[in-house]
Design a protein around this ligand. Structure first.
Ligand SMILES: Cc1ncc(COP(=O)(O)O)c(C=O)c1O
Length: 323
């Protein structure tokens, strides 16, 4: 669970105090779920704080907004600059950044698409989402709640309303004592977690469900595909049956908030030997260096946050040295 706290929230071009970041209770997004958002992380690097894959997140925000007829009244460059400004104004590193596009004015009526489109950007302290599971492995269950098909709810748009299914699946898994849920698509193929994509490894080949299973095309997923390919593995997007998942040698989740997290068990089934396998560990190690600017091959994935003093952050190297 993340504590939503920060100092400033960027709202339609102004940095307002955290406590004053408010909208009207009759706003369209609150009632009908018509809003789109992003989840982005900023990390400490030796050269100062940096946002991971910022242009890709901003591009997806605009693509999601287009699906839901929410014209964002700023350019992608302006939104990217506003995100960097918000991270700097809050000063927490690592940060979890949440831009939200919404209609905030009082307007009832589901077909109402005329209201003002607003953008808010929050930046709060980032935590480990899956707790211990991030290192030791996640205990997941196959959810009774399935991904809605994209001709009902486009999975490629990161829309507020899509998270009703994630909410139900996540709560069900939690109440049953699991760390996370794995949702199937309507045809019974493995889709993704509540806020993560899924990878499995069989015979040294890496497989991941594709868009045909109504997943969100994750930016971390894309980073994993690049890293695993650079490590020499074949990465194959395909329909994944439950049987293939349960008999995989290894499995892991990928997502901005979860980062990379090995899969330990699914229901009563151990995945491989129930400890993070060699492919998972290799990809996790490179990913962890990439986000911290310690692998020059992936330097272009980082956008520096100027104006945020190193003292405000926790430099990874200094933290390691001090034990
Ligand atoms: C449903 C869902 N799938 C996958 C992901 C992973 O996407 P990303 O790696 O871009 O954070 C997320 C997180 O945004 C998500 O909410």
């Amino acid at each position: 669970m993340m504590a939503a706290d920060g100092k400033k929230v960027w709202m339609d071009g102004r940095l307002v105090d955290f406590a004053d970041a408010k909208v009207h209770v009759l706003n369209h997004t609150l009632h009908y779920g018509v809003g789109v958002f992003e989840g982005i992380r900023a990390y400490a690097t030796a050269d100062g704080p940096a946002v991971f894959r910022l242009p890709e997140h901003v591009r997806r925000l605009f693509a999601s907004a287009k699906v839901y007829h929410l014209p964002i009244p700023w350019s992608e460059e302006e939104v990217a600059r506003a995100i960097v400004e918000t991270v700097a104004a809050n000063g927490h590193i690592p940060a979890y950044i949440r831009p939200l596009v919404y209609r905030g004015e009082p307007a009832l009526g589901v077909k109402n698409s005329a209201g003002k489109v607003s953008l808010a950007i929050a930046s709060i302290p980032a935590k480990k989402y899956l707790g211990e599971g991030s290192e030791k492995g996640v205990r997941a269950k196959i959810s009774p709640f399935r991904k809605p098909p994209s001709d009902a709810m486009p999975s490629y748009a990161k829309a507020c309303g899509n998270y009703l299914t994630s909410y139900l699946a996540g709560l069900d898994a939690q109440q049953d004592g699991y760390d996370e849920a794995i949702l199937l698509d309507t045809n019974g193929y493995v889709a993704e977690g509540t806020g993560e994509n899924l990878f499995l490894v069989r015979g040294g080949v890496v497989y991941t469900p594709g868009l045909e299973s109504d997943i969100l095309l994750g930016i971390t997923r894309d980073s994993v595909v690049t890293i695993a390919t650079d490590l020499g593995y074949s990465v194959v997007p395909k329909l994944v049956s439950v049987n293939e998942l349960l008999t995989a040698d290894e499995g892991f989740f990928s997502g901005t908030y979860a980062e990379l997290a090995p899969l330990r068990t699914v229901g009563r089934h151990a995945i491989g030997t129930a400890v993070p396998g060699p492919v998972t560990r290799a990809v996790m190690e490179v990913f962890s260096k990439a986000v911290r600017g310690e692998d020059p091959r992936y330097a272009a994935w980082l956008t520096r946050v100027p104006g945020l003093r190193a003292a405000a952050a926790t430099p990874v190297r200094a933290a390691r040295r001090s034990g």
